[in-house]
Design a protein around this ligand. Structure first.
Ligand code: PRP
Ligand code: ZN
Ligand code: MG
Length: 210
C-alpha cells in the first residue's frame, strides 16, 4: 500500500500543536528531536520534520502529500496548494512595527523609509496596494533587532504574543495580514482515499474541541 507523507514544522511556534493534533488523530509515532522523518506505526504515513518555510514547496512538488503550515508562509512562497482545513492554532498576524520613539504616525510616512522583513513578497504587495514606495530589506531572521542597529526604520514580522516586539523597543503600527495554521495538500489529491481518511480524522478532532 502507498505510504503518505505529511510535513510539519521541525521546531518553532507550530511544532508542538502540530504533533499534538496528529497524536489526537490516533496516530502512533515517536517524536524524536533528532530524526527528521518518523514512521507512523498504525497508519500508512510518515511524518517529515522540516523548516516551515520549505513546507509549501514540498507539498506543491509532491514530495509531501500533506503539510501543516501558517497561511503567512503559503502566501510568501506563492505556491499552488489546496487549503484543506484551517486548524485553529498558531494564530498570529503579520504587522509592520516601528520603534517606540519613531516619528512615523501614518502609513503614508513609510514612503522612502526602509523596512526589514523575512516576508518581502507579502510586504511588497501591501506597500503597492497602499501606493507607498519604501525600501524593503530582506533578511533571514532576528528582524526585530534591525531598527535598533540602525539597519531599518521599521520591520514587518509576525506578532503572536507581542513579546518579541516589546523586548526590542518596538510597537505594532499596521496590520498586513492575519494567519493561522492550515492543513494543505495538492489540488485534486484530497480525493484520494487515504488522504480523505486523514482529513476526516483531523476534522473530528477539531469538532471535539468546539
Ligand atoms: C515569529 C516571529 C517573531 C516571533 C514573534 O517567528 O518571527 O520572531 O514569532 O512572536 P511573539 O509575538 O510571541 O514574541 P516564528 O516562530 O514564526 O519562527 P520563524 O520565523 O523562524 O519561522
Ligand atoms: Zn520560518
Ligand atoms: Mg521569525
Amino acid at each position: 500500500m502507498k505510504t503518505l507523507k505529511i510535513a510539519i514544522q521541525k521546531s518553532g511556534r507550530l511544532n508542538e500543536k502540530s504533533v499534538e493534533l496528529l497524536k489526537n488523530c490516533g496516530l502512533n509515532f515517536e517524536n524524536y528531536k533528532s530524526s527528521l522523518i518518523s514512521p507512523v506505526s498504525n497508519f500508512p504515513l510518515e511524518i517529515l520534520f522540516l523548516r516551515d518555510d520549505d513546507i509549501p514547496e514540498y507539498v506543491q512538488d509532491g514530495i509531501a502529500d500533506l503539510g501543516i503550515v501558517g497561511e503567512n508562509v503559503i502566501q510568501e512562497t506563492e505556491v499552488e496548494v489546496a487549503y484543506l482545513q484551517k486548524l485553529g492554532f498558531g494564530k498570529c498576524s503579520l504587522k509592520i512595527a516601528i520603534t517606540n520613539n519613531s516619528d512615523i504616525e501614518d502609513i503614508k510616512q513609510l514612503e522612502g523609509r526602509s523596512i526589514a522583513t523575512t516576508y518581502p513578497v507579502i510586504l511588497d504587495k501591501f506597500l503597492k496596494d497602499n501606493s507607498i514606495s519604501a525600501d524593503i530589506r530582506t533578511i533571514s531572521g532576528s528582524v526585530e533587532i534591525s531598527p535598533g542597529l540602525g539597519l531599518s526604520d521599521a520591520i514587518c514580522d509576525l506578532v503572536s504574543t507581542g513579546g518579541t516586539l516589546k523586548s526590542n523597543g518596538l510597537k505594532p503600527f499596521a496590520d498586513v495580514m492575519s494567519s493561522e495554521a492550515v492543513l494543505i495538500g495538492r489540488k485534486g489529491s484530497e480525493n484520494e482515499l487515504l488522504i480523505q481518511e486523514l482529513i476526516q480524522r483531523v476534522q473530528s478532532v477539531l469538532r471535539a474541541k468546539e
